[in-house]
Design a binder for this molecule. Structure first.
Ligand code: AQP
Length: 349
């Protein structure tokens, strides 16, 4: 797993939509909240690592998003470093990627205010993630939770990204980003922003909960057995997979009408990179016990090296801080140039 810690990230020249980089640009991020789980890995981070050499990549730890719900300040600070260490441990390579903390590039927050003033309230009211996170508390949740998609759009648009690799739950937010970019460009008759596209894979875009496979695997699920955390040890993984919901049919076959086994098989498919047919052949005549043992083995083999590298990185926090500072310094010129362009067309300053 190559982590190029010595490769200095050079600041890049300021970009506008008219002077896009030769390699297409990828932007994505994750909130430093809670434990990262297998859904975050298979739906997002692993995909980033697999295509990183083809693109000019920017990956962000979106700490400004994390404060849209209550979070302890010390925990936020530590989780931010932990997430950066996971990014690197999972295989992001600094030859291809710039990593930074969102709040280190203040252009994100400034752009977000301006873009909120160009966002119809009805668009935000339609966001399903806001509705599900606000629940019954619609009058008391922080306003930031409602405005979250505008900040997310600014993250992507400020860096003139072409592609945004995410899991399926972010589809509506990327559509919102595209709509906002198009609306702003057309309102001012200029291509201020590149209109980005989502990159959502067919398999792995929605890893489901282990105890209720009709719901997505989620950091905020109160049941810890519903997810495999990336830092779970072998014993915990074994117990969680043993308990994972299946059905009474005992057939190891890909059948989306049996969501429990289907989810586990999809995870196995991603980890082994085999076709569904190869997997069904491997387990023909065998039961769920054999399959779950093989899945556990694959999970432990995948996660153990990531965990070892993660602990090494967390043991050298100054080096990690340096990577994050270099990342912020490298991406700031493009963000600043885009923000200036926004202010110029709006007439600010
Ligand atoms: N279950 C999942 N399957 C596939 N991809 C997933 N992602 C999240 N869950 C799954 C993808 O991981 C990235 C995380 O982005 P985020 O910052 O929006 O994550 P989050 O909201 O902190 O994490 P969760 O687990 O999604 O938390 P809950 O459900 O509690 O809000 C994104 O690319 C996302 O699509």
């Amino acid at each position: 797993m190559a982590v190029n810690m010595n490769n200095d990230v050079k600041p890049e020249p300021a970009l506008s939509a008219a002077s896009a980089p030769v390699k297409k640009r990828v932007f994505s991020g994750i909130q430093p909240t809670g434990n990262l789980h297998l859904g975050n890995y298979l739906g997002a981070i692993r995909n980033w690592t697999q295509t990183q050499a083809q693109y000019d990549n920017i990956f962000c730890i979106v700490d400004l998003h994390a404060i849209t719900l209550p979070i302890d300040p010390k925990e936020l600070h530590r989780s931010t470093r932990q997430l950066a260490a996971i990014y690197l441990a999972a295989g992001l390579d600094l030859r291809y990627c710039k990593l930074f903390i969102q709040s280190h590039v203040r252009e994100h927050a400034e752009a977000s205010w301006i873009m909120e003033c160009f966002t119809p309230l009805g668009w935000l009211n339609r966001m399903t993630q806001f509705k599900s996170k606000a629940g019954e508390n619609i009058e008391s949740v922080p306003t930031g939770l409602l405005c979250y998609p505008v900040l997310m759009a600014c993250d992507i648009l400020l860096h003139q990204a072409h592609y945004v690799p995410v899991g399926d739950d972010q589809r509506q937010h990327i559509e919102f980003t595209r709509d906002l970019a198009q609306r702003f460009n057309s309102h001012f008759g200029q291509q201020v922003f590149i209109v980005p596209q989502d990159q959502i894979r067919e398999v792995g875009a929605r890893i489901m909960s282990l105890d209720d496979p009709t719901k997505k695997m989620s950091k905020s699920d109160p049941n810890p057995n519903s997810r495999i955390n990336l830092l779970d040890d072998a014993k915990t993984i074994t117990q969680k997979i043993e308990r994972a919901t299946t059905d009474s049919e005992r057939l190891v076959t890909f059948d989306s009408n049996r969501p429990g086994i289907y989810n586990l098989l999809s995870i196995y498919q991603l980890l082994t990179e085999q076709s569904p047919q190869q997997i069904e052949d491997e387990f023909a005549g065998k039961g769920y016990g054999d399959f779950k043992a093989a899945l556990t083995e694959q999970l432990v083999a995948t996660l153990a090296p990531i965990q070892a590298r993660y602990h090494e990185l967390m043991n050298d926090l100054p080096a990690l801080e340096n990577i994050l500072k270099q990342g912020a310094d490298a991406v700031r010129p493009t963000a600043a140039a885009t923000l200036q362009r926004i202010k110029d067309v709006v007439g600010l300053g």
